[in-house]
Design a protein around this ligand. Structure first.
Ligand code: DLL
Length: 435
């Protein structure tokens, strides 16, 4: 079942006409209302009138995460504050987070996109959907929640945490669908097993998982353990939140981009050139309908490829392949985005620590674990063990407070962390996620 079949099956020619109209309107709006974009247009010697075909998108400037940070918090908003009904933000240290604002219509469109996605996954208005993405500034919880309600299903706002209790809730309420990160699904499974709850015997039948990279192996594992169909959902806060692209249960061969709302390109991350269909590169997204903070050619840093070949589900929206990684060093730890530089900043603010550190990421059972090893500067290692422990705990607390991830911090003696000859190896990711 499709949530909005008229749009989801629009012939591609018509879809492209719609995209062009929307892109032109967007350029006019940004040129008139957002000084940042007006400057960018002027630097390139273009005006919105230069956009005559969809291919002309190559004339337009890219937008990067740094642009949002430089204009923190509201510099890229295209609407007066009175029209903004909601804010979300990506995780990050204060002042460095990226903030996004939604108008009433933005929330409506977002709800539609997620409702379409849940329908693609095989959920309907009679389903009970357990939402275990975090509720808060993160877009996962509220995004999935509004989508579930828009579909007419019953949303169960479980949010993150209290995992044992969540397993009981799923049993007691008879949830038929669940939304969370794929690694949390596996964690939930373990918590259920510990209590003698067998998900396979419960009505649960569909999982909609995303917010972090996962593999076909993980899909098979979670499907088999929980007795469900597992579907991939993609999105990012800067562009909207979950629901930018979602896999359909029929084709299960890539994630359909909601192309009436987003224009997707794949570029060569080094040259910025647009790559032909099917080639792997960096996904770039332009928001076609967003009002609060529309973005032109936003560089997601996510690596994938795009295909417009027809899908057996009947939808005409192009599909993205499962994501294989990123072009930058961003880590996703239990669904929270973390840059090594943010951890570094916290270490360097702590007296007595040196800039030599390594972040070791692993997956213990089903959950990500992070150990931060950092060298103390020469004189300080003679401190008592108690002092060192105190300092470790303080850094741990600061990382948790500012970045939202739990880590284990270990202070080590000076010169014990391997020095590399070229770039320092800051991150050791042992999770082996690559398919
Ligand atoms: O993670 C939004 C979201 C919530 C998506 C719930 C899906 C479900 P951010 O916190 O801004 O937003 O992180 C966005 O997460 O650029 C990708 O690197 C990664 N990511 C999101 N979904 C997937 C996925 C949300 N299905 C960043 N596969 C993105 C791989 C994903 N990576």
């Amino acid at each position: 079942m499709m949530f909005q079949p008229d749009i989801e099956t629009l012939p591609r020619e018509e879809l492209e006409k719609l995209q062009l109209r929307r892109l032109q309107a967007l350029c006019r709006k940004l040129y008139a209302n957002v000084p940042f974009y007006r400057r960018r247009f002027e630097e390139r010697g273009i005006t919105p009138d230069h956009i005559k075909t969809l291919r002309d998108i190559r004339l337009l400037p890219f937008t990067e995460k740094q642009d949002l940070r430089n204009n923190f918090p509201f510099g890229l908003f295209a609407m007066p504050k009175e029209n903004i009904v909601r804010l979300h933000a990506s995780s990050g240290t204060t002042g460095k987070a990226t903030v996004v604002g939604y108008t009433r219509r933005d929330i409506d469109n977002w709800s539609d996109c997620v409702a379409r996605g849940l329908a693609m996954a095989g959920l309907t208005s009679s389903d009970f959907i357990h939402v275990a993405f975090g509720y808060g500034l993160f877009t996962g919880g509220l995004g999935a929640h509004y989508g579930a309600e828009r579909l007419g299903a019953t949303a169960i706002p479980a949010s993150g945490g209290s995992t044992k209790r969540q397993a009981q809730l799923i049993r007691d309420f008879g949830a038929t669908g669940i939304c969370c990160t794929p690694s949390y699904a596996l964690h939930l499974y373990d918590a259920a097993v510990e209590q003698g709850i067998d998900f396979r015997e419960l009505p649960l039948r569909v999982g909609v998982f995303g917010a972090e990279p996962w593999t076909e192996e993980m899909r098979r594992d979670v499907e088999q353990k929980m007795g469900i169909t597992a579907i991939d959902i993609y999105g990012l806060s800067e562009v909207m939140g979950p629901g930018v692209a979602v896999e359909c249960a029929t084709g299960r061969n890539g994630l359909h981009v909601q192309e009436d709302h987003f224009l997707a390109e794949i570029i060569d991350p080094d040259t910025g050139e647009i790559l032909p269909e099917g080639e792997s590169g960096e996904l770039v997204l332009t928001t076609l309908t967003k009002e609060g903070i529309p973005l032109l050619r936003y560089r997601t840093r996510d690596i994938t490829s795009l295909s417009c070949t027809p899908c057996s589900c009947g939808r005409t929206f192009a599909r993205l392949k499962r994501f294989t990684g990123r072009t930058d060093d961003m880590l996703i730890i239990r669904g929270v985005n973390v840059y090594p530089s943010q951890i570094e900043a916290i270490l360097l603010e702590t007296e007595g620590l040196s800039p030599h550190y390594q972040i070791i990421v692993d997956r213990e059972g089903t959950l990500d674990s992070v150990e931060v090893q950092v060298e103390v500067s020469g004189a300080n290692f003679s401190d008592t063990v108690r002092d060192l422990q105190k300092r470790e705990q303080m850094v741990q607390k600061n990382i948790k407070e500012f970045l939202g991830v739990s880590t284990k911090v270990r202070l080590v003696e000076a010169r014990t962390i391997d020095r590399s000859e070229g770039k320092a190896v800051r991150v050791l990711d042992k999770r082996k996620l690559k398919a």
